[in-house]
Design a protein around this ligand. Sequence first.
Ligand SMILES: [Zn+2]
Length: 456
Amino acid sequence: MPLTRWLAEYAWLPDRAEPTRDVLIEATDGRLTAVTPLTVDGPPTAGVEVLGDAVRLPGLTVPGLANAHSHAFHRALRGRTHDGRGDFWSWRSLMYAIATRLDPDTYLALARAVYAEMALAGITCVGEFHYLHHGPGGTPYDDPNAMSAALVEAAAHAGVRLTLLDTAYLTGGVDGAPLTGPQRRFGDGDALRWAARVDAFRPADEHVRLGAAIHSVRAVPAEQLATVAGWADRNGLPLHVHLSEQPAENDACRAVHGCTPTRLLADHGVLGPHTTAVHATHPTAADVALLGDSRTRVCVCPTTERDLADGVGPVRRMADAGSPLSLGSDSHAVVDLFEEARALEMDERLRTRRRGHFTPVELLTAATVGGHAALGWGDAGRLAVGQRADLVTVRLDSARTAGVPPVGAFFAATAADVTSVVVDGRPVVDGGRHLTVDVPTELRDSIAAVTAKEDS
Ligand SMILES: [Zn+2]
């Protein structure tokens, strides 16, 4: 790939409290080779005038956003779950109804559209927490990793990188109840058979990496947690786990194991710097210390947690205790990492009735380098030489962002303000349009294909 040059009106460089004006960004073979501020106090230097071949990026350019927690098929539920009352568990029944309709072809179409929606929102890398492994009734497909392969292909079509977090989902409750109904499609029997299936899946594509996931303490028996954690550790791959999203999970864990889910994970070697706890909405003070002391990462999914009435976790305390933060759009009730990022601050304000918990740089870090690190891409998320050439440009002249100082973008911009997205040096979104996918049409059609009976 030849040298490409961009001239960002503003770019948010590492270790800067606010964006820098007039930054020349150069890349070759998908890697940043130079990041050069052209203006030092005052008007642009003469150099700006002669950069005829540089692609102009008006507005604010930030590193690629990482969506550290996704269940692609949940996108089909958006707007369908708001009748009447209900709770997390009634929402889950609707989610299972969609899961029963998916096969590798319909999932490819749906995930391609969902990942393209993410690209439009400036997401250059997604962590797919994937547990819909098998065919109806739990019968494996001819290729037992056919659903994984569909997700890998979907990300390639959408132009985003993927960490496929292959999820062990073995039981229907903390008490070890067997999987029933739609859940049977999730199960591999036991952790060793889960590992054998995942070992057989080794996609060679540049845009994908593997990771492991423990669905939750509800879905993997205590004595098998170490098998999954050990597999991730041996292979040097990230490990993710849903943790304490609901008080009911804590209660069930205490009843069966006499401890919190966090304590159970700690006792079975699951926590550590390569592990990401997703949600961590209802941890005890001791849990916060266990997570922080082990440098376990925490992925917060504020728009989903609000949609599902989960509650607000002690996010500032977890960060202070030592847990690096990342963000996920999870159920995709909303796909907008700007909204997820500012929710860190806004939710903390609601909880404490005080302002000023997270700096703009902390929000940017959670949305970029924090997410990439959680997904095993240590070479992405910063505008620095050697990093992957991921550039996300946000316009500062929309009705939402006009008059907003660049440093305030995370408090004002939405996904709709993203105009240009470059992934690994390749343009994916330009002028606010995905270059290869008609996103609204493909979302409409792929969702209709799996919800038709639901709506009739
Ligand atoms: Zn989730």
